[in-house]
Ligand binder design. Sequence first.
Ligand code: SAM
Length: 282
Amino acid sequence: MELWYTEEHSDNVRFSIRVDKQLYSGKSEFQRIDILYSNEFGTFLTLDSLMMLTEKDEFIYHDMIVHVPMAVNPAIKKVLVIGGGDGGTVRELARYKTIEQIDLVEIDEMVVEACRKYLPTTTCSLDDERVNIYYEDGLRFVRHIENEYDLIIVDSTDSFGPGESLFTKAFYGNCYKALKEDGILVNQHESPYYAAYANSFKRAHSRIVEFFPITKVYEAHIPTYPSGYWMFGFASKKYDPVEDLKADEWNALKLETGYYNTDLHRNCFSLPNYVKRILEDS
Ligand code: SAM
């Protein structure tokens, strides 16, 4: 009998992938964790039946969440990643020899353990000596930190369940405080296309704008996320993500990437009118 993984992208739309193997299923204190295998997408991770990543397209998400801020300030040394228990964001950060410390704050240890076993392609840098893993709620972790990080990356689940606190005003205010004078905040910003996701996108943006003088949104094409069209937020106390792009410096690093390049960087902040309108109304 054929087995299919099906996710509701809206009340009227479902997205399905044929499952060729079930690798792991578990329930933690926070969420249900499934790791499945598809002949098309390779191994993939879902939390509470929502797609987190597939081996085939995770490079797009992880390239965009890491290399965009790193190309704006290649001198970044101390990074905080909130969420991101699959390790993909840490893997990309660890490629920069100039980064001295990466603190990963993941609420759910079971996600990390399951990914270590079934997704070694993303967890491969979690044992890098610059990486510290804290199993804690991200909102609690940032609460008492001041002026410490060059970059905070919010690699969270969606704006409900355990990830809800990472979309609040209190959280963004604490991130602002935890960043240094020239700090950058990047967050996964949901999709502007289907109403439920667009509402979280709009709400999150309107909250970030309250704290940061520079806030921009950028896009990527991620086939397995709702609508295939995904947004990231860039907020900074100092840098404009396009005007301050250090293209020559970043290109001199000669990092091989599957999606990100500095030409794409200049253009990914150019948004369609319907997305601009959502942001203007927020
Ligand atoms: N790339 C993914 C996406 O956008 O769908 C995100 C992947 S990563 C697996 C998300 C992680 O955030 C999960 O492992 C989840 O446990 C973690 N998380 C959710 N809420 C959290 C919180 N409040 N504090 C820290 N980590 C949290």
